[in-house]
Every structure is written in C-alpha cells, then in structure tokens.
Design a protein around this ligand. Structure first.
Ligand SMILES: *Cc1c(COP(=O)(O)O)cnc(C)c1O
Length: 482
C-alpha cells in the first residue's frame, strides 16, 4: 500500500508557496513553521488507522482522511509563521479590575518613569559615575537618598525583587543560625515564593513559633536560644485570619528583640509609601514599620508603590551595610532601566498629591465608582452601536487591589457586561475571541456575562474594545451570510 505521508509536500515547496512566501517574517521562522506543520500532518496521518493509503480521488475514503492539501498546509504554516514572528511580550487590555495583576506585569509605570527608563536605555548614563569628582559613583545613589527621605530610614538598598530582598536578609544575617517566624506567617505568595523554602535556600534555619491561629509573646521568648539570629515578621498580604486568632504586633516583637539583643526584620510584601486608608483600606507603610522599631523592612517596587520590579530594603545603617556587602547583593542587583524608573517613581512621592495624580497604580485605585459608572455608560453605548447581537448593560461590580495587598478590600467599581443574544454565539466564545485578538482583551465571565471592569482600563483601551467587538460582529455577520 502506498504511504500517504510520502504525498506531503517538501519544506521547500511550502516555503515557495505564495501563502507562506508573502508572510513578513524571518526565513528561519518560516522554515520552522513549515517543518512543524509538516511534522504535525505526518503524525495525524500515522495516527489514523488505515491512513497512509490513498483513497480514490484523494478524498476521505474508507481508508481514512486524505492528507491536507498543499494550499491548506501552506495556510497553516503561514499562520504559524506569523505567530512566531509576533512579539511575545506585548500590551494587553486589562479589563479584569485587578489593579496589581502579576500575570499582566503588575504596575504600569508613570510617564516620568517611562521616560527615565527609555533615556537610560538609549544613552550612556551616570549609572555608577560621580560627575562632580570624575570617579566611580554609587549605583543606587539617588534612589538611596530618596528612600531615606521618604521612609525615615538610616539607610536603604534595592535589589531585583522582594523575594531576593528576603533571601539576602536571611542569608546575610542568619546563615547557619535560627530565624523565628510565627506559624501564622509562613506564607506562600504566587506559587514559587514560600517562606519555608526561601528560608532553607538562604542557609538560615527556620524556627517555627506558636500555632497557625495564635502566637503569643511567650512563644517567641521560649524559642529564643544561643543560635537565634533574627526574628522575622511576614505580612499576610494575600489572606486574612479571622476568628480565634492572635498575633504579636511588630512593636511588641521589637521590644522582645531589644530585651534579647535580636534584630527584627519585616517582609511587608506590598508595602505602601503613602496611606491608602482613604481609598482602599489601610496597608502598612514602610515608615510605620521603621517607626515601630523594625531593623530591616522589605517590600516590592511594583506592587502598591507603582514602580518597576524591585525589592526595597530600608532600615538600620549597620545592617543595611552588611546586606550591601554580601556577595549575594551583587548577584541580585537591580538593572539600570529599573533604577531609572524607580528613581522617577520615588521622586513623585516627594509630593504625595503628585504621586496620586501621576502613578497609574495609585490613580486606578483611587477612581471613584461614580466616575467609573459614567465611563461604563459611554463605553456601553459605543459597544451597543457596533454589536447588535450582544446584550450590553452597565453593572456595579467590585474590583480588587491584587498583587498581595488588601485581599479583602473590595473596590466599588463599574463594568460593561456583555451577553450574546443567543443563536450560535456563547459567552465563552466571546471571551476567547477578545482574549486571542490583537491586542488581547481580558475580562472575566460571571453568570453568563463577560464583565469588563472599567477600573483597570487605561486611556485608549475603550476604543480597542469597541474596535475588537465591531470586527467580531462583522466576521460573524459574514459567516451568517455564507
Ligand atoms: C509579593 C510578596 C513577596 C514577593 O515580592 P516580589 O517583589 O514579587 O519578589 C514577598 N513577600 C510578601 C509578603 C509578598 O506579598
């Protein structure tokens, strides 16, 4: 029996087919696309019992389906080549209402932070150069000064992210010795950051204290021994404990530490630089933790701070210097684009009203429902105009802060809700079409509707949503006619 797999075209034949030849992509990627498509076709034919034999007329016969035509294979390869040539990391429309969304890059940078990063990328810079004296300068000079000013710390250090800040602190201050942590604070944040694992990787020994729901002052005191190097407090950023619970507050922990000559470090996680109480709920600030006596406080640059990915450490001069001199600090140092963006972000905080106006994360958190309702009304009207097959309504919803901050603080928000009016369309198909479009538009399905939360839409996003839905309506109408 003849083998149908031999009927498949050669890679070169697909490359020369106009469908693939006209794709604007590097030749290596088109070749890879052609190879992948042919390999898949070969596998398909091998998997079908009776395939590999030719049916009369090349159509699906009793011996299995015919191989796809050369035209169809070339079209598949062209689509694959376009996918390979497309930028992988690209902008997306966040209509989820989760402001600090780790999957979507957490914080959007302020215009001044964007400009600072672009300038540092495009030109040589003063990264580690002291222009006044014409010699090597401090890499974190201005960022360090700003953090000292904004938090009241004696000294500051910035590394790659907060996970690295915790790893560095534990490794440099407690390697081979014990760190006391309450059992109620052995948290996991986003899959790969689990406190016990970071602890063991740092070379410090975890000494668990208290119970899951209750940890008392005596639990810490009983656990202190000659091997104790540090007491660590971890902010429960992504969950709350309620009911029969108690914990030892930071100030009390600091008092215990002072009695026993032990430093207290705090992993704040999100860590705000301004008081969010008026808009979202209270999230501890780094300045508060330092005022309560923490020796080292760690937090992220791209959560509530609203800057680039970074791990910020502020605290006592002697301890921060020890951390800065540790070899691990060099391995987890911050890159120049992030330093530039962080400096510009921190500068806005010198005038808090400027921070609220300029930094997108803060601005989005502060948007009141009435403003969002008005915007939802306008968007709903525009969407209704292009999508006759969708039922479009404005609904009140709750957005979330995200990024491991204030998990229980719902933000009163407004959304446009879309529901296919029946026929063959479904809300799942609608969601998938928007998500896989260009740019991807991501909302959430709730009770048979696609919810597009206004809170996290940036300027221009509404137009993208209208354009995507208009195009979808056109494609579906054309499909109905054919
Ligand atoms: C988010 C978080 C971290 C990790 O911060 P990254 O900047 O993502 O590395 C560590 N600790 C806590 C408590 C957090 O909430």
């Amino acid at each position: 029996m003849p083998d149908r797999r031999r009927d498949l075209p050669a890679v070169e034949a697909l490359l020369n087919h106009p469908e693939l030849a006209t794709v604007d992509a590097p030749r290596v990627l088109k070749r890879r696309a052609a190879r992948e498509v042919l390999a898949a076709a070969r596998k398909e034919l091998a998997a079908v019992p009776g395939a590999g034999t030719t049916a009369p007329g090349g159509v699906s016969g009793p011996n299995g389906p015919a191989p796809a035509s050369v035209d169809a294979l070339a079209a598949r390869a062209a689509a694959r080549a376009r996918g390979l040539a497309q930028q992988g990391l690209r902008p997306l429309v966040n209509a989820t209402g989760v402001v600090v969304h780790t999957n979507f890059g957490r914080s959007v940078l302020s215009p001044s932070a964007q400009q600072a990063a672009a300038a540092a990328a495009a030109r040589y810079s003063t990264l580690e150069f002291d222009v006044e004296h014409g010699r090597r300068g401090a890499r974190l000079g201005a960022v360090r000064e700003l953090l000292i000013e904004l938090t009241g710390a004696e000294d500051a250090l910035v590394v790659n992210n907060c996970a690295a800040a915790v790893l560095l602190t534990l490794g440099a201050l407690a390697q081979g010795r014990e760190v006391l942590v309450s059992r109620g604070e052995l948290v996991e944040i986003g899959g790969s950051f689990r406190m016990p694992d970071i602890m063991s990787r740092s070379g410090a020994r975890l000494r668990e204290v208290g119970t899951t729901n209750k940890t008392h002052r005596e639990d810490y005191i009983r656990a202190i021994g000659p091997d104790t190097a540090l007491m660590l407090k971890v902010h429960r950023s992504n969950f709350v404990m309620d009911g029969f619970v108690s914990e030892v507050g930071l100030a009390e922990l600091v008092a215990i530490g002072r009695e026993h000559g032990l430093p207290v470090a705090e992993d704040l996680g999100s860590g705000a630089l301004v008081d969010l109480a008026a808009h979202v709920g209270h999230e501890p600030t780094a300045a508060e933790s330092l005022a309560a006596g923490a020796s080292v406080v760690m937090f992220s640059g791209d959560k509530l701070l609203g800057g680039p990915q970074a791990g910020i450490l502020v605290g006592e001069g002697a301890l921060i210097r020890r951390l800065a001199l540790d070899p691990l600090a060099r391995a987890v140092r911050l890159d120049k684009l992030s330093i530039a963006a962080l400096e510009a972000t921190l500068r806005a905080y010198l005038e808090p009203e400027r921070a609220w106006a300029e930094i997108p994360t803060l601005r989005l958190l502060a948007r009141p429902r009435r403003e969002l309702l008005a915007e939802a009304g306008a968007l709903a009207q525009a969407v209704g105009g292009v999508s006759p097959d969708l039922e479009v309504t404005v609904v009140e919803v709750a957005s979330r802060v995200g990024g491991g901050a204030l998990p229980m603080a719902p933000l009163p928000s407004a959304a446009v809700a879309l529901r296919p009016r029946g026929g063959a369309d479904t809300v799942e198909a609608l969601e998938a079409d928007l998500r896989t479009g260009e740019p991807p538009i991501v909302g959430r399905i709730e009770e048979g509707q696609l919810i597009l939360d206004m809170r996290t839409l940036l300027p221009g996003d509404g137009e993208q949503i209208v354009a995507a839905l208009a195009q979808r309506a056109q494609v579906r109408q054309a499909g109905d006619r054919s």
